[in-house]
Design a protein around this ligand. Structure first.
Ligand code: NAD
Length: 486
């Protein structure tokens, strides 16, 4: 076990679960090998953590935003110092390649703390001009104990985001990482705990049913922030509805990329590749996984894309020369394979590269998959409708602009979108018509701190990642009016 047995953070202490059980964390690069283990928290542990957070809230909410921000800036620096170790652990437990994914994710995490630390003093109210004899003003107050639940695909970045936003805004937090990837999150929590008062940040490690449900339903939790699948998002919303607490849901996606006929150059191929998040094995909620390619450039564009994909180095996530690591676990691996099987069996579908993974050789020792492109797909096929969360790009040809936009919007998801054209007017018109929370024209990069991020339709609601997102999602506004003639 490279990382060994870890404890969880509760009220400033590192503790086991009350049942004393542990959950093993597998290294997906070497099937069956265990990287480390974490406490198996259940409802009694969640209860302890939430009560600690509720107690800490009474003091923490009185710390001025600027002071809270200063601590976030210190945490940012400390994370940067630990970035290599955080990245190594992330690579071991998620299979995300260290150079292309895990290290950039650790650096992004530091950046998130820096960003929210920097804008902390913007947590402020307004005055309302009700007349000479009245003083009316508003305050942005923290909500209380936040229950945060994050997935495995970008564990440190998403955990860092929830911690930085919730705590900078004056709340206290009980965070539950995925049991598939809790180790690097605990490392980030270790850094944070050196700066934060006891109970402000608590991390409970456990499964969704044993630990996630009690957290979502705990009566002292006053706000839920969930990043994960659409299916679990619904149960989180039910839990929020039971007690009427605010909830932010950052869910899945099946994001379109529309390539217009004037954008058939290598730079666009590189951008489409990046937007599909191939080097994260497509395991990204914002992956541009439906490629709408104009029929006039269809063959030549795909030829360039396939050549690029064939040059990728797939292998050991810890090897600095690796471009692409592994799928997270066996369940997800089998799910992705079943999508590929289903897709290539459809009438008219063409497998352009990749496909089912090798059954022997070095890549069969982990959950490795090759980047896969399936062409001539129809927009109503299962592979074009459901989130695969694997390195599988489906390509759909189009003739008329209207048709491309209609198909792009024919999805119950609406998280991200990517448009490729030299005609900026056309690009902007298309962006305005796309039903997604985040549209990029002529680039396929990730979200940057400061941009409000969140979905349309069943990709969720609420915004995070920005100052406005923090204010809307993690504070509540109070209006106060004073009669000056009293
Ligand atoms: P998931 O929904 O299975 O799990 C997410 C988290 O919820 C985990 O911590 C899990 O343990 C917990 N959980 C599971 N069941 C629960 C329950 N009944 N009650 C409470 N908590 C429960 O998702 P996943 O497989 O870990 O992650 C992949 C999904 O996350 C994809 O759908 C992806 O699109 C989505 N995602 C969205 C964003 C975004 O910002 N919109 C970012 C990353 C991932």
């Amino acid at each position: 076990m490279e990382v060994g047995r870890q404890l969880m953070l509760m009220n400033g202490q590192w503790v086991e679960s009350s049942g004393g059980e542990f959950i093993p964390v597998e290294n997906p690069g070497r099937k069956g090998s265990i990287v480390g283990e974490v406490p198996r928290a259940k409802s009694a542990d969640v209860d302890r953590a939430v009560k600690a957070a509720a107690k800490a809230f009474e003091e923490w909410k009185r710390v001025t935003p600027r002071e809270r921000g200063k601590l976030m800036s210190k945490i940012s620096e400390a994370i940067e110092m630990r970035a290599n170790e955080i990245a190594r652990i992330t690579a071991l437990e998620t299979g995300n390649a260290i150079r292309t994914q895990s290290r950039p994710e650790a650096m992004l995490t530091a950046d998130l703390f820096r960003f929210f630390g920097g804008v902390a003093s913007e947590i402020k109210g307004e005055t309302v001009p009700l007349g000479e004899n009245l003083l009316s003003y508003s305050r942005r107050e923290p909500i209380g104990v936040v229950g945060g639940i994050v997935p495995w695909n970008s564990p440190v970045g998403l955990a860092g985001l929830k911690i930085a936003m919730a705590i900078t805004a004056g709340n206290t937090l009980v965070l539950k990482p995925s049991s598939e990837a809790p180790l690097a999150v605990l490392e980030v929590a270790r850094v944070c705990s050196a700066f934060l008062p006891a109970g402000v940040l608590n991390v409970v490690t456990g499964t969704g049913s044993e630990c996630g449900i009690p957290l979502a339903r705990h009566p002292l939790v006053r706000k839920l922030t969930f990043t994960g699948s659409y299916e679990i998002g619904r149960t989180i919303m039910e839990a929020a509805a039971e007690r009427i607490v605010p909830v932010t849901l950052e869910l899945g996606g099946k994001s379109p990329q529309i390539v217009f006929p004037d954008a058939n150059e290598p730079q666009v191929v590189d951008g489409v590749f990046l937007a599909m998040r191939f080097t994260r094995q497509g395991q990204s909620c914002t992956a541009g996984s439906r490629l709408f390619l104009h029929e006039s450039i269809y063959d030549s564009f795909l030829e360039k894309l396939v050549n690029k994909l064939k040059s990728l180095k797939i292998g050991d996530p810890l090897d600095e020369s690796t471009d692409m690591g592994t799928i997270i676990n066996q369940t997800q691996f089998e799910k992705v394979c079943s999508f590929v099987e289903d897709g290539i069996q459809q009438k008219g579908a063409r497998l352009l590269t990749g496909g089912l993974p090798p059954k022997e050789g070095p890549l069969a020792q982990g959950y490795f998959m090759e980047p896969t492109v399936i062409g001539n797909v129809q927009n109503d096929w299962r592979i074009a409708r459901e989130e695969i969360f694997g390195p599988v790009l489906v390509v759909i040809p189009w003739k008329e602009e209207e048709e491309a936009i209609r198909m792009a919007n024919e999805s119950h998801y609406g998280l991200a979108a990517f448009i490729w054209t030299h005609d900026i007017g056309k690009g902007l018109r298309t962006a305005h018509r796309i039903e997604s929370g985040w549209v990029q024209i002529n680039q396929g990069v990730g979200i940057v701190p400061g941009q409000s991020y969140g979905g349309f339709k069943q990709s969720g609601f609420g915004r995070e990642y920005s100052l406005e997102g923090m204010l809307e999602s993690f504070t509540q506004r109070k209006s106060i009016t004073v009669n000056l003639q009293f």
